[in-house]
Design a protein around this ligand. Sequence first.
Ligand code: IDC
Length: 462
Amino acid sequence: MKRLLAIVASCATALGLTALASPQAAAATGCKVDYTITNQWSGGFQAGVKVTNLGDPVSGWVLKWTWPDGGQKVVQGWNATWSQSGSTASATNVDWNRTLATGGTADLGFTASFTGANPKPTAFTLNGVACTGSIGGEEPPPDPDPGPGTGTPVSINGQLKVCGVNLCNQYNRPIQLRGMSTHGIQWFSKCYNNASLDALAQDWKSDLFRIAMYVQESGYETDPAGFTSRVNSYVDMAEARGMYAMIDFHTLTPGDPNYNLDRAKTFFASVAARNAAKKNVIYEIANEPNGVSWTAIKNYAEQVIPVIRAADPDAVIIVGTRGWSSLGVSDGSNETEVINNPVNATNIMYAFHFYAASHKDNYRATLSRAATKLPLFVTEFGTVSATGGGAMDRASSVAWLDLLDQLKISYANWTYSDANESSAAFRPGTCNGSDYSSSGVLTESGALLKSRISTPDAFPVG
Ligand code: IDC
């Protein structure tokens, strides 16, 4: 996340109420606010707001500011309950950050639309008291936040959970995971070994490794025990490198996941029991339902999810959506069928897939709309056409990736493999060797994804 602008609020103090009370009885008040525009694009921006309490501890707080030109409108915020009246924004604590000790901080953020020059607010209040940046002329205490955590994605974020429409880490802070999907593990096992996983974790700095276990097409149904154990060993390889592992039950043809219901129950009962104690596992129960109604998918989900929960109660589970996980769009429908009839389960997200050369503005509009109502995870996408081949569409891919970053939607790209198709990240033959790191082994798509995934995560901590 680029730090473009940072300001510290600092203005004259006006503690009228405190001045009237006797000095001994007065609660010490004071606060400091850092308002940072972390990203800005045409007509919109994202900002982080860090408030530090410099006074006595508070339990329950409201932070307010007014934009000088009134051109901003909060679209979505996190780590607070947001409201706006005219040009004044208010962020009210949520349950888990209600208490701010002396020196305690809360990190909030929001996306907003804007017109005009987007000037930064210069005055903030916390519970009605102006934030002056210091109290009694003293310097503010040193920043207790060590900044972006060091460590691996899993060591920093721990057990994930769904909070609101976001994927959150162990600190209940929204995060975005960026990573890669395998190709079908029945075909490309030569691509998944210590050297390739080292490259994914260290060079790509990938947060996520999606394990695409096809059920048909010479996959799981031909050797349930063998594929189950292979998936488990990939989970371990990801865990050893601090990456999240997504176990993808890669249904594709036939498109009705109920065709594989018994297999799904058997498979997920086994992998959930075996991996329950791990923090790095995410379950994806049906890759791409197609030619089937949302009701049928929901019915499948409500039978498979309890099987996983019985063994692994706290893991995040992802449900595929109609029309090849397009939230119905590829079937002429849209997200409302899910919003109006959600899966009856908690701690779940919905899958959204796209292929950038085939799926453009109307799919992006659907994702943007749906993201305000549903927790979404792009468990698979390609930079090319929906066939997995054809030319990479750079402009559409970049538009998609920018949108996912703005919305903090996690993603996995198809594929971390050397398949002879343009969606693959490596050139054909790469997996016969041991070099997964040099730029010469990357395809055009691989180079784009590596450049996007390897930028710092700045996962929020504390
Ligand atoms: C494609 C593979 C291709 C394989 C085909 C059928 O890239 O090599 O022959 O599957 O198994 C999806 C699917 C994913 C597809 C991919 C590209 O989830 O399995 O992989 N795609 O067609 N949905 C949209 C596109």
